[in-house]
Design a protein around this ligand. Structure first.
Ligand code: SAM
Length: 329
């Protein structure tokens, strides 16, 4: 629920923040990280936890916040990320979540829960060890599944699974993933591939529209539309199979059904660039604000937020070729 105090003064809507806390990732997914890897940010350029918290608190005070999500890179690849979760949880935000590939979830799930995290998303593109290894360039499916079970066992809820569907790589697994997710009591979201980063060059070969994924699923599940969650980019359905499985399945159709007009999401990169849109190159460097005098911070952040919101397009244009690993998905 959005509290009245969280409403953004100017546009009457709160903003949602995605914080990429590192550009490091344990996986190098084919569609995300270029084969040669990425040029890593220098340690001194990366925002400290105090700077990230000061940004979130300042945006909350000056503009209003609906959701905060930690991403990356992989947020669990940043040292002591549970400390950051604890610091953010102390702000009593309306919603705090995290997106991870699950590689380090087995060791960190219980600490994250203790630190105040309630829910999380796990990216899981295949249940076949070899496909998973190839897609992630070396990832270990068994370790991710252990992490997922650890997250469920310690009471993180809901745990959502995200699957990016790629033609001829994992598109034969959509029903299998749906059965797996529902059996675990997880929501599942199918993500359309976006022509960003290393996906741009292979986009026409790999892209599978949500409509096609949905009709494949309908061979095994009844899908009844659900009301949209406010601020969510996912179109959700109540899924029920003939053999009694049931749960929620959603589709995030970033390409075939652009949701730019309603988007209030802003992204902060690990080095403090505030982006109005994941698919556009323009951003505002917040380090001078976050490293400058505290008394000037709130007005400067409020202005930066409005400028970043004005950088959004009415339709998604995919003009930026920065890999998602450095921006946060
Ligand atoms: N490492 C974390 C993870 O794997 O969830 C967080 C960062 S990752 C960039 C966030 C999400 O972006 C993942 O679900 C990933 O599959 C998705 N992603 C990355 N590149 C994408 C692309 N080109 N199109 C669609 N989704 C993409």
């Amino acid at each position: 629920m959005i509290r009245p105090a969280e409403i953004c003064a100017e546009k009457n809507l709160p903003v949602a923040l995605r914080l990429a806390v590192t550009d490091r990732c344990q996986h190098r997914c084919l569609y995300c990280v270029p084969a040669q890897g990425i040029l890593k940010c220098a340690h001194g350029d990366i925002l400290s936890y105090e700077e990230i918290v000061s940004f979130v608190a300042g945006v909350r005070r000056s503009c209003g916040l609906s959701r905060v999500r930690l991403t990356g890179g992989d947020p669990l690849a940043r040292r002591d990320v549970t400390t950051l979760v604890e610091m953010l949880a102390a702000l009593d935000l309306p919603d705090l979540s995290l997106t991870t590939n699950g590689a380090q979830l087995g060791e960190l799930a219980a600490d994250l829960k203790r630190a105040g995290l309630r829910r999380l998303n796990v990216s899981l593109d295949s249940l076949r060890p070899e496909t998973f290894r190839q897609l992630t360039r070396g990832g270990d499916l068994a370790g991710v599944l252990r992490g997922l079970r650890a997250a469920l066992a310690c009471g993180l809820h809901p745990v959502r699974l995200n699957m990016v569907v790629l033609r001829s790589i994992n598109d034969g697994e959509v029903a299998e993933l749906a059965r797996f997710a529902l059996d675990l009591g997880c929501e599942l979201r199918f993500l359309e591939l976006m022509p960003i980063g290393s996906a741009a060059a292979r986009f026409s070969e790999w892209f599978v529209p949500s409509a096609e994924v949905k009709s494949r699923l309908e061979q095994s599940f009844d899908l009844a539309p659900l009301a949209n969650e406010s601020g969510s980019t996912s179109v959700n359905f109540a899924a029920r199979s003939a053999d009694g499985r049931s749960g929620t399945i959603g589709f995030i159709s970033s390409v075939s059904n652009s949701f730019c007009a309603a988007c209030r999401r802003l992204r902060l990169t690990p080095t403090g660039l505030l982006l109005g849109c994941l698919a556009r190159p323009e951003g505002l460097d917040l380090r001078p604000i976050l490293r400058g005098p505290p008394e000037a911070r709130d007005p400067a952040l409020a202005q930066a937020v409005q400028e970043a919101l004005s950088l959004k397009g009415r339709r998604r244009c995919f003009a930026d070729q920065r890999p998602m690993v450095g921006v946060g998905g």
